[in-house]
Design a protein around this ligand. Structure first.
Ligand SMILES: Cc1cc2nc3c(=O)[nH]c(=O)nc-3n(C[C@H](O)[C@H](O)[C@H](O)COP(=O)(O)OP(=O)(O)OC[C@H]3O[C@@H](n4cnc5c(N)ncnc54)[C@H](O)[C@@H]3O)c2cc1C
Length: 389
């Protein structure tokens, strides 16, 4: 990496990946007066496959980190729909039709991510374009496909599920792949869909098509977002998705080929640090492993990786230790609780079928809704307070 063909630039902190995680990290650091480079391979706005469902804790994270409220999201044309109502179905049978205390917001990722990036750039972040090929954590260096070497005192890897920077970390690759999900998604216009799908105005979850995963239908103004995720090691996702489309009276062939992307689904790294490198967001596997919620965890862990680097810059401890402490305090207990829940539900379904889910959802619906929105913990539904320091 000291090849003379490479030109070289240096920053106090270099963040790789300008999705929600990288923008949260870069914004937090820049607001604290740090010189930050933010590198992404794509020009923005860039496409991102995502259901775009925002829970109350995600809205809270946007407010805390970026001081960006729902009014501003609406003004930037990020929001497509809003609903307190949700449904859970097993094949064609409704298991639960409920309301949550907080609304679910349905967002478009392209304008959301572009808005967060604009915030970071306006705060003073240096935006760089380039695709990282290689990272040397001990030297705080990355080399790009464009022939540059970028250096920093600290690196934050926020380069998504297929992270290049993760390769520089010692971690259990078998465990990573065993708990990786595949996803597929389509966005047909409402006007070509049959009723009642064409006029659905609430999110619905669809069970029974794939083991260790689920399908979703999320309303947008002009489109519907239909998708499915499932553990890569266990299922044929495409077959399950085609079956779900057929039961919604859609012809799968008309909507193929489906777009797909990997989703961390229980394969988080408990200690995502090495030398000068900290990983956050999807790159470190921080996605809640029952519903696959990742935007909140990307924002939250990006912000906390940045706070941990700030701690070291200000002599308040080592960045990696501070980061691991924060993850253990707030994030890892939630991910463990969620993974336990998913495994318990899977065992219960394989022994008893889906019928017992009806009373479970009707008795526990409100509390489960609070858990998804972040008011309660995935650890025994205890009240949850997210910490922003
Ligand atoms: C089909 C699908 C549906 C989903 N639905 C939801 C949902 O409804 N709600 C929810 O909360 N979560 C959802 N998620 C999860 C959510 O999309 C992710 O958890 C979230 O985007 C993670 O953010 P991030 O910033 O960590 O990574 P990303 O958003 O993936 O951003 C990573 C960035 O890194 C850049 N990058 C990658 N490699 C390099 C490189 N080598 N060099 C430079 N730059 C690089 C990319 O261009 C990208 O901009 C869904 C995911 C999928 C796949």
């Amino acid at each position: 990496m000291s090849d003379a063909r490479f030109s070289s630039k240096a920053y106090q902190v270099l963040v790789v990946g300008a999705g929600p995680c990288g923008c949260a990290a870069a914004f937090t650091l820049t607001r604290a007066g740090v010189d930050v480079g933010l590198l992404d391979r794509a020009p923005f706005p860039r496409p991102k496959l995502c259901g775009g469902l925002l829970t109350a804790k995600t809205v809270q994270a946007l407010e805390h980190i970026f001081q960006c409220d729902v009014g501003e999201l609406a003004q930037a044309d990020v929001l497509e729909a809003r609903s307190r109502t949700y449904r859970i179905l097993h094949r064609k049978h409704v298991l639960c039709s409920g309301q949550t205390r907080d609304p679910f917001l349905l967002a478009r990722r392209e304008p959301l991510d572009a808005l967060l990036l604009e915030r970071a750039v306006n705060a003073g972040v240096s935006l760089l374009q380039g695709r990282v090929l290689q990272c040397t954590p001990a030297r705080g260096e990355v080399a790009t496909a464009e022939g540059e070497v970028l250096r920093a005192e600290y690196l934050i890897g926020a380069d998504g599920a297929n992270s290049r920077l993760r390769r520089a970390l010692k971690h259990d690759k078998q465990q990573w792949h065993a708990n990786l999900a595949d996803t597929v998604e389509i966005r047909p216009p409402r006007k070509i869909l049959p009723e009642p799908l064409a006029s659905q105005d609430h999110p619905s979850l669809h069970l029974g098509y794939t083991k260790d995963g689920y399908g979703w239908v999320f309303p947008n103004r002009e489109h519907m977002v239909l998708g499915m995720c499932g553990l890569r090691s266990q299922t044929s996702l495409i077959d399950g998705f085609r079956a779900m489309l057929r039961s919604l009276r859609l012809d799968p062939d008309r909507h193929a080929p489906f777009r797909g992307h990997p989703l961390p689904y229980g394969n988080w790294l408990a200690a995502p640090c090495r030398d000068r490198l900290l990983l956050a967001g999807d790159a470190a596997g921080f996605v809640e492993p029952t519903l696959g919620e990742g935007i909140f965890y990307a924002l939250y862990t990006g912000h906390h990786a940045a706070l941990s680097v700030l701690d070291q810059l200000h002599g308040r401890g080592k960045a990696d230790e501070q980061y691991k402490r924060r993850l253990e305090r707030d994030v890892l207990p939630e991910l463990r609780g969620s993974l336990r829940l998913r495994r318990t539900l899977r065992t219960a379904v394989s022994l008893l079928g889906y019928a017992p889910m009806r009373p479970l959802f009707s008795v526990g619906g409100h509390r489960l809704g609070d858990m998804v929105h972040g008011r309660r913990s995935y650890q025994l539904l205890r009240p949850k307070i997210w910490q922003w320091n």
